[in-house]
Design a protein around this ligand. Structure first.
Ligand SMILES: [Zn+2]
Length: 295
């Protein structure tokens, strides 16, 4: 009997162990199944994410070409006056009637007038022309803006923030009206129009940062273009400008701007003088071109 009861208890213990092992086995199995289901879900998410990523990658790849180069006739204007009125620099005063002819020509010949900030995606344009107006003269509001609206021409203005609203210069309301039209981009021409290459780094920093802040506070513009007063700049000016978030710099001369010939912080311009004929303007403009390699 003793032997029998011993056997019985061994059997019971074995049974318990087997049952425990079975329970353990099921537990592990079900855990794995859960895991697998979970993994499948995670995998699904990954697949979705991946396919979304690849779609956006594809889009990006489609939108951003492998390489490109552009030729952009970039014109520099200052005053716009019919009558030079004995002013000191008559060649810097283009006639409104000439502006009208130039804008009409660009419009009827399907040129793409661009803001300097459009250089970010210049590969989306075919015949880019940039029309830049320095100093922020009220002439632009009175004699250029009406033609910009009439011929759907985009122009950019470089304002001296200390002079906004002073005699001869645009008021903040005029700048707002032009900005709101979507046809006029307003960027920095510093606070006081001093020659940056002659200033200390601290003064350059002040000219660039305070004009940027003014344009943000008063016109809600994130300024990224600096037009160097009198075309004066050097490497340390460029460095300070870039540190402050400027991505384009406008020089005063150098002619047509080729993206593969000069740096974007040294964009060359064509001085549009009073005596420049429409034919000369047409000849310069005809160089506008964008070559894009989409592969
Ligand atoms: Zn200037």
């Amino acid at each position: 009997m003793k032997n029998n009861s011993k056997k019985t208890s061994i059997v019971i213990i074995l049974l318990i162990i087997i049952i425990l092992l079975l329970i353990l086995g099921f537990a592990i199995l079900s855990k794995n199944v859960n895991k697998r289901t979970f993994n499948v879900i995670v995998d699904d998410t990954n697949v979705d994410k991946d396919s979304n990523n690849s779609i956006s990658k594809l889009k990006e790849e489609k939108l951003k070409p492998k390489s490109y180069s552009a030729v952009i006739p970039t014109y520099m204007y200052h005053w716009v006056k019919e009558d030079t009125g004995g002013y000191e620099y008559p060649e810097m005063m283009v006639k409104p009637s000439e502006i009208k002819k130039q804008f009409e020509y660009l419009n009827t010949n399907n040129y793409d007038t661009i803001f300097i900030t459009d250089l970010n995606e210049i590969y989306n344009f075919k015949k880019p022309i940039a029309l830049t107006f320095d100093d922020g003269w009220q002439d632009v509001y009175n004699s250029v803006f009406p033609y910009a609206k009439e011929y759907k021409i985009k122009i950019s203005m470089y304002v001296i923030t200390d002079l906004i609203g002073t005699p001869g210069y645009c008021t903040i309301d005029q700048l707002k009206e032009m900005r709101d039209s979507g046809l006029v981009d307003i960027q920095s021409h510093t606070v006081t129009h001093r020659e940056l290459a002659t200033l200390s780094n601290d003064e350059v920093y002040k000219e660039l940062s305070e004009s940027k802040k003014y344009l943000k506070d008063n016109l809600n513009i994130d300024t990224t273009v600096i037009c160097y007063p009198s075309g004066s700049f050097n490497n340390s000016v460029i460095k300070i400008a870039e540190d402050l978030g400027y991505t384009y710099g406008l020089a005063m001369d150098g002619g047509i701007y080729y993206t593969n010939r000069s740096d974007k912080m040294e964009i060359t311009r064509i001085f549009l003088t009073r005596s420049m004929s429409l034919q000369t303007f047409i000849n310069y403009s005809s160089n506008a071109n964008v070559v894009v390699n989409w592969e």
